[in-house]
Each structure stands twice: as structure tokens, then as C-alpha cells.
Design a binder for this molecule. Structure first.
Ligand code: ASP
Ligand code: MG
Length: 413
């Protein structure tokens, strides 16, 4: 008998029929002899609708406290409905809000972090043969205030609950069949991966794959909880996210991803002296702007250019800061461009193979796509290109690295 945490996202509980289907699935796991805790998100579209309401009433300065009280209602509604649907099938079930399940977070409304889960009540329910139906996304701080974990936060709730319960595994039920080698909407030849390492999944999630909230994967990695990402619409196996050692097939490239959510800023001709980068990036950080890629040119005549990317939503604010600081650093000009996209290839096998970057650049060159910035990590290579070439780049890279007959870079390190 295993202890399984199952997480169902908003699309899996979008209407009454789907909630009943989830209930049947949960009951089947229970009948197979497992102890089951279920984490649910708000019904599809609900969180967006609540955010629009908050906007109508509070505007951009809407009280973060009240916004969280409002957002938490989405998950509260979903757990009650699912618990009722499970009970109708003759199986005991009990719903738990964050407060009832003792899910404690810090006090950062809208992006709270989980500090502790007191699993006593959930365990008691499971011991009594009951299915525990838990609200995702919400938490409660030391003062008893409601908080939320940020968009997609139910994934993180599920993995954190799995850790607290020392569960055998965490199943993430969703509206896709698993993790794909590329977005199937863009690349019809994309295929589902059987297994992927936590480290690869973390890169994919941070690069724009929206299947899992990145924090959930980091927690799963730290506590070694195997994740099974699978469809809530059929029984077929999905993708296992697991330890590097357990992923047999170390693909050179297991995913090609894209992100058009960034913008690029270049501050030209700044002095190449100690402290310049700190004076530029300090104020951006203080403004809460997360800088992604940074490239500093080789200095000529003791001046250099600094180019970096920021989330597109923060572009205007970042430009204003760069324009203010730039002249103080001797800059001759600040230029911005929000028509860019970042395209990346990710794969564990890059650790053992040379020539992946060269091959990537060659593929892009053959399509006549100009590379504006390059960034790498041990298992990832990213390039910034003009946004209008993004789809072409993703397809060409997928064809070259993933599709049948794709030759691998010859040189083994
Ligand atoms: N309902 C929340 C959202 O839409 C949390 C989640 O779905 O994971 O972001
Ligand atoms: Mg989600």
C-alpha cells in the first residue's frame, strides 16, 4: 500500500462532469489499496475571474491582503465540490483549507513561501480511511492571515504536502499527456518524454514551459519525491520527473523551449571600471526587477556595453532606471527592444558531449537567423533572437536535435 498525493489542476475540475471524473479516479486509487491525499486548484478560469474582480474593486493598488482572501475562495469552492463528489461514490472524504491543514507560509501576499506543514490532521483523516481533499495555492501566515503562493502554486502545495506526509510519489494530473520535447502546438513532431531529471525540468520550467511551477520541482528535487506528470483525461503513463541517476537515457537535448516574455536593454559606452555593473544592476534589483541574461562586451578604449534582458512586463520601468543611471556611468546611449524571444535547448547529455553550442549556432545560421545574445549553463544553451523568427528557430532546432535521424554532435568529451 502506498501513500499517494494526487494534484488536479483547474482544467481537470473545470465543470461538474470533470469533477465527477476526478472523484472516480481518486476512488479507484483508494480501491486499489492506496492512501490518497488530493490537492486541487480552482476551477478553470476562476482565479483569472477573481483577479479581474479584485482589479475592478481595488485597482492596481488593491490591498494584497484582501486580494488573497478573495483568491483563496477559488480553491475553497473546488475542495468542497470534490469532497462531495467523492462522498457520493460511497467513499469517505474530507476537505481542508490551508488553515485547517496547518499549511504555514511567510507573509508575502501573492507570492508567499511555504514554511511548514503540520500534517497531523491530514494523517488522522488518512488513518481513518478517508480521502483528504486539500486546497492548493493558499496558505496561512503566523498571524493567521490568508496568503497565496503565486500563479500555478497548487503544484507547490502538492509537492510540499507529499514531503510532509513522506508520500511515495506525487502525481500531477493535467490537461497535457506529460512533458514534451517542445510545445506540440508549435512543433507537431514533438514527443512525450518518458523520464526527465529534476535538473532538466527546472531549466524547462524557468525557460517558459508552464506545466509545473518551478518551485514545486525544486522542492521535489531536494526531498527526492518522484513526480508523475500525466493526463487527467486518460489512464496512459505520462512523464516521470526523477533523480538524474534514475533517468537511463541521457538525451543530449531533451527539450527545445521558447520565451517571448522578455525585453532587451543595451547601455552603451559605459566606463569599464570596478563598480559599474553594481551601480546599474543594484537599482534594478531594488525595484524588484529580475534580470535574466547579462552580456558585457570586451572593453575597447576603456568603455564597454552592457546588454541585459528583463521581463517584458517590467520593460518600461527598467528602461526608466537605465536611462537615469546610464549617464552617471558615462553611457553614450540606452536602447531597448521588446521584440525579442529567447530560444533554448536543454539536456543532461550536454555534460558529456562537446559541440552542442556549435551545432545550435550552425542550425540557426542555416535559417539565416541572427543571434543577439548567448547564455549557457551546464545543461542549457539559450539564445536571444528577433521575435519573428522564434517559431522557425524552435522547429529547426527540434528537427536537428530531437527528431528521428537527428545526428548528434560527434565529439565525445
Ligand atoms: N488557481 C491558481 C492559479 O490559477 C493556482 C493553480 O492553479 O495552481 O494560478
Ligand atoms: Mg498549473
Amino acid at each position: 500500500m502506498s501513500l499517494i498525493v494526487q494534484k488536479f489542476g483547474g482544467s481537470s475540475v473545470a465543470d461538474a462532469e470533470r469533477i465527477r471524473r476526478v472523484a472516480r479516479r481518486v476512488v479507484a486509487s483508494r480501491q486499489a489499496g492506496h492512501r490518497v491525499a488530493v490537492v486541487v486548484s480552482a476551477m478553470e478560469g476562476e482565479t483569472n475571474a477573481l483577479l479581474t474582480l479584485a482589479d475592478d474593486f481595488g485597482g492596481p493598488d488593491c490591498s494584497a491582503r484582501e486580494s488573497d482572501v478573495l483568491l483563496a475562495t477559488g480553491e475553497q469552492k473546488a475542495i468542497a465540490l470534490l469532497a462531495l463528489a467523492i462522498q457520493q461514490l460511497g467513499q469517505d472524504a474530507q476537505s481542508f483549507t490551508a488553515t485547517q491543514m496547518g499549511l504555514r507560509t511567510d507573509s508575502q501576499h501573492g507570492r508567499a513561501r511555504i514554511e511548514h506543514i503540520d500534517a497531523t490532521r491530514i494523517s488522522a483523516a488518512l488513518d481513518a480511511g478517508c480521502v483528504a481533499v486539500l486546497a492548493g495555492f493558499q496558505g496561512t501566515d503566523a498571524e493567521g492571515q490568508l496568503t497565496t503562493l503565486g500563479r500555478g502554486g497548487s503544484d507547490t502545495t502538492a509537492v510540499a504536502v507529499a514531503c510532509a506526509l513522506k508520500a511515495d510519489l506525487c502525481e500531477i494530473y493535467t490537461d497535457v499527456d506529460g512533458i514534451f520535447t517542445a510545445d506540440p502546438k508549435l512543433v507537431p513532431a514533438a514527443r512525450k518524454l518518458e523520464r526527465i531529471a529534476y535538473s532538466e525540468m527546472i531549466e524547462l520550467a524557468s525557460l517558459g514551459s508552464k506545466v509545473l511551477q518551478i518551485r514545486s520541482v525544486k522542492i521535489a528535487m531536494n526531498y527526492r519525491i518522484p513526480l508523475h506528470v500525466r493526463s487527467s483525461f486518460h489512464e496512459g503513463a505520462g512523464t516521470w520527473v526523477m533523480r538524474e541517476e534514475d533517468v537511463m537515457e541521457r538525451l543530449i537535448v531533451s527539450g527545445v523551449t521558447y520565451n517571448r516574455g522578455e525585453a532587451k536593454i543595451r547601455v552603451s559606452g559605459v566606463k569599464d571600471t570596478p563598480g559599474v555593473a553594481a551601480r546599474l544592476f543594484g537599482p534594478l534589483a531594488s525595484a524588484g526587477i529580475v534580470v535574466d541574461m547579462i552580456v558585457q562586451n570586451v572593453s575597447h578604449d576603456t568603455t564597454t556595453d552592457m546588454t541585459f534582458t528583463v521581463p517584458r512586463a517590467d520593460f518600461a520601468r527598467a528602461m526608466a532606471i537605465a536611462e537615469k543611471i546610464g549617464p552617471k556611468l558615462g553611457s553614450t546611449g540606452v536602447e531597448g527592444d521588446d521584440g525579442i524571444a529567447k530560444v533554448s535547448v536543454v539536456g543532461l547529455g550536454m555534460k558529456d558531449h562537446a559541440g552542442v553550442a556549435a551545432k545550435m549556432f550552425d542550425v540557426l545560421a542555416r535559417e539565416n537567423i541572427n543571434i543577439e545574445m548567448i547564455g549557457t549553463s551546464e545543461i542549457k544553451i539559450s539564445v536571444v533572437i528577433e521575435e519573428k523568427y522564434m517559431e522557425l528557430a524552435v522547429r529547426a532546432l527540434h528537427a536537428a536535435f530531437v527528431e528521428d535521424g537527428a545526428e548528434t554532435p560527434a565529439a565525445e568529451k
